[in-house]
Ligand binder design. Structure first.
Ligand code: AMP
Length: 173
């Protein structure tokens, strides 16, 4: 499926969750079996030639694409969750939002030194979320082989915060 077609299954919702944000709604893409398959296939293609042990996915839309990608690659999946959701002992990363801050957590035994991973989320916006997660992952001594997004909002220059990592995005805006 051409990238142009895939963009047609992303719905823009203006002023959600607040004024000035154009929210990229992935539910039409998820509902369409061809678009869903094409997006996972495109993520897998970006990993061609890279040996990965785990897919690390960020709550919550990173879980949808991340688990499907892990299944396709035949590797395990590791969730990065919002504060207070994981039941075992955790490591956390706190990062700044436009107003206030947020915390993401991983189980303290999620990764081992040298584990090769791809980190997945749906949207690269400012890059703050992914920067925090990448730091958390590297704190375990794991190796980030790729950071992958379904959509990249290029005009927000999120890549500037992630310069030290290889990055792939399926759709660019
Ligand atoms: P950021 O930390 O600014 O790169 O924001 C990334 C996170 O916010 C991702 O997990 C996205 O799911 C979400 N996000 C940011 N902007 C949008 C948008 N325009 N549409 C949908 N999700 C977004």
């Amino acid at each position: 499926m051409a990238k142009l077609d895939l963009k047609k299954s992303i719905r823009d919702i203006p002023d959600f969750p607040k004024k000035g944000i154009i929210f990229k709604d992935i539910t039409p893409l998820l509902k369409d079996k061809k678009a869903m398959k094409a997006s996972i296939d495109a993520l897998a293609k970006a990993l061609k030639g890279k040996k990965i042990k785990y897919v690390v996915g960020i709550e919550s839309r990173g879980f949808i694409f991340g688990t499907a990608l892990a299944y396709k690659l035949g590797v395990g999946f590791i969730p990065v969750r919002k504060k207070g959701k994981l039941p075992y002992k955790t490591r956390r990363a706190t990062y700044a939002l436009e107003y206030g801050e947020d915390t993401l957590e991983m189980h303290e035994d999620a990764l081992k030194k040298g584990d090769a991973v791809v980190v997945v989320d749906d949207v690269l916006a400012t890059g703050g979320t992914m920067k925090a997660v990448a730091g958390l992952v590297e704190g375990f001594g794991a190796k980030i082989k790729l950071i992958a997004f379904v959509m990249e909002l290029s005009f927000l220059n999120g890549r500037d915060q992630l310069k030290k990592y290889p990055i792939a995005s399926v759709l660019q805006y």
